[in-house]
Design a protein around this ligand. Sequence first.
Ligand code: NAD
Ligand code: UDP
Length: 327
Amino acid sequence: MKKILITGAAGFLGSHLCDRFIKEGYKVFGMDNFITGDAKNIAHLSNNPDFEFIDHDVTKHIDFEGDLDYILHFASPASPIDYLKIPIQTLKVGSLGTHNLLGLAKAKDARILIASTSEIYGDPLVHPQTEDYYGNVNTIGPRGVYDEAKRFQESITMAYHTFHGVETRIVRIFNTYGPRMRLNDGRVIPAFMGQALRGEDLTVFGDGSQTRSFCYVDDQVEGIYRLLLSDYSHPVNIGNPHEISIRDFAEEIIKLTGTTQKVIYKDLPVNDPMQRQPDITLAKKILGWEPKVDRAEGMKITFDYFKSLTEDELYKSEHKDFTGFIK
Ligand code: NAD
Ligand code: UDP
């Protein structure tokens, strides 16, 4: 049985990856310190003999007994308001945490895949974004703590590959959504769906002309799975190229949820990227991968998930009025 360590296991993507690798017949070790994750996301695995949970902060030295075949490093705050709230931890998990996991991969002779992001392109001047674009990031802006941690993460990963011969993979993940996102994490999909469910107006930031391209979680997990098993060590974009403006997206959510609320406009957060769309030519070519779930289908599944949450979860919106990003 192949053994895989997945960091960020109690988070949105990490928990889906645990499920996928268990399904593929792996023994999965999930590691998390719950800083933005939720034990509920992996509760269904608690009695599964193929799953073991390790409560650990990856920025601290990692002792792991026994052998390992693969590591997926997904631990990191991922929503803009999370990383504004915990900027130092965000920098540490991308730098010190990644260093620890690369060291572990080297010691165990394991292949490691790290979760990078479309944020390394910053507010992109090239559209759609191809892997050879270097990006446009404000190092000292509010998003800099995340973007630069992820850029450093890519650099140190390539250095371990080049200088230590570690087998590395780098996925640049574009906005991904689905069940198990935290309703109060401030990202646009849980934000709009939570507002619709609570009977609040939908808050569009800026004039809503900025664009995003949303990828359903099952497609993302499939891309990551294929990349891990490929022999490609340079970064690969995984995302859904179907682009939409946030203003049009709010209208879509109003139709889907049947809410009678309206859209209201708030200030645009500092350095909010104005457009984002992955060029997935490379993923198609080397992984034979492309997304299969269209937005209407994925959003419906996601809304059904949010509808199933308890009243407590629905109203526990610690970030509701968070305006730290506003100038
Ligand atoms: P998430 O917040 O749901 O999950 C992150 C998990 O990492 C949480 O469970 C958190 O508790 C854990 N964690 C954070 N710091 C830790 C530490 N020091 N030690 C141990 N565990 C720690 O976020 P997500 O959306 O699932 O994102 C997972 C990964 O994917 C992140 O690395 C993120 O940067 C990357 N990513 C996600 C998206 C997306 O759209 N979801 C886009 C780009 C990149
Ligand atoms: N956004 C918005 N209203 C909200 C939350 C987010 O208009 O209540 C916008 C945000 O300004 C950004 C887009 O939606 O332009 C996507 O934001 P998210 O935080 O989901 O992801 P990211 O900016 O990291 O792509």
